[in-house]
Design a protein around this ligand. Structure first.
Ligand SMILES: [Zn+2]
Length: 342
């Protein structure tokens, strides 16, 4: 599912027309909004949702018997399943919403006003549930980064020779830790990783060959033997297993070291949608620096593949030339000796 991470969701809802994000996100935020009544939420949604382009063939299809059946089926599913949601302690939740038939979605968008009643019901139902569980809109207005955070990232990069992508991911994990003010960053489910990954404008590969997550991998475990152990673990873990989840947690070792403030991030209309890659470049000015594979000093590479600093590069070139000459001499020598033998 397409996702974008907003630091201040109240700001997001208030300024929905500025962002024009996906309709499901607007519904999802409105469900957790405590400033509006279900009535107001339904009106707000219908006024601000994105409307799909009107297609003539679709209009015809909506009148058909086939569509009516599909719609009935979906309504039943809505009642049975969609309202069942599981909520975690830190307010992130895992929706068990079945893939909504696209055609029903389009119908809802086109026939907006006639859906008002069911929308209102949905918000009413959700409000009662949220009140019980304490689910509300995320409202982060400020994130403070310390000097020790920057130093930590630099030291880890130097020690492990991280790539630009890996540095950005490590920065993101540190940022999440400071943002929630928790030592443990729980990226333990696919859903949470999706939220995290949505903060980057590049794809993150977590597999063994392209391990972009290497920088935050300390406690990353693939529970490959879960199959054998499913009988002994709790229901929730079992559920993760069933949908192919792997646990993924990161502990920030430098968490308690809150020294001098290095950077204060303030949420504004423009940066509300978190872009960690961009932010990393802003906060870490020497993010593009690399460490020489030979002498270890930092340098500014002219290309992504450059491994050595300028000095070592020249030295290596000289050494290679000398090596070539030496080999050539050896070849000539052996040729001469062979000649003499004959
Ligand atoms: Zn060097």
């Amino acid at each position: 599912m397409y996702y974008s991470f907003y630091l201040n969701e109240q700001m997001l809802v208030e300024n929905w027309d500025y962002y024009k994000d996906a309709n499901w996100l607007l519904r999802d935020c409105l469900e957790r909004d405590v400033t509006r009544t279900p009535e107001e939420k339904a009106d707000y949604y219908l006024k601000h949702r994105k409307i799909n382009p009107n297609n003539d063939w679709m209009r015809e299809y909506f009148k058909s018997e086939e569509f009516k059946q599909l719609q009935e089926q979906y309504e039943q599913q809505m009642l049975d399943i969609e309202m069942e949601r599981e909520c975690s302690e830190d307010g992130m939740y895992y929706g068990r919403v079945p893939n909504k038939p696209r055609i029903v979605q389009t119908y809802e968008d086109m026939q907006g006003s006639s859906r008002r009643k069911s929308l209102r019901k949905r918000f009413e139902y959700q409000a009662a549930k949220n009140a019980k569980r304490g689910r509300k809109l995320r409202q982060i207005n400020e994130v403070i980064l310390y000097k020790s955070d920057i130093e930590f990232i630099k030291a880890e990069t130097e020690k492990n020779r991280y790539t630009l992508k890996q540095i950005k991911i490590l920065f993101g994990a540190v940022f999440f830790s400071r943002m929630h003010d928790v030592k443990w960053t729980r990226l333990g489910t696919e859903w949470k990783r999706k939220q995290f990954e949505a903060c980057y404008d590049f794809t993150i590969r977590g597999d063994k060959e392209h391990n972009d997550y290497k920088a935050v991998n300390e406690v990353f475990e693939h529970y490959t033997d879960w199959k054998e152990n499913t009988d002994r673990i709790n229901v929730r873990t079992k559920w993760y297993y069933n949908i192919g989840e792997t646990e993924f947690d990161w502990i920030y070792p430098n968490f308690d070291n809150k020294d001098e403030i290095a950077y204060i991030f303030k949420t504004t209309l423009e940066n509300n949608r978190l872009d960690l890659g961009k932010l990393a470049e802003e906060v870490l000015p020497d993010i593009r620096e690399k460490y020489c594979d030979r002498c270890g000093i930092s340098f500014n590479p002219s290309s992504n593949r450059q491994k050595y600093c300028e000095e070592c590069k020249q030295e290596i070139k000289r050494e290679q030339a000398a090596e070539r000459k030496r080999r050539q001499r050896n070849r000539e020598k052996s040729y001469k000796t062979e000649k003499i033998k004959i």
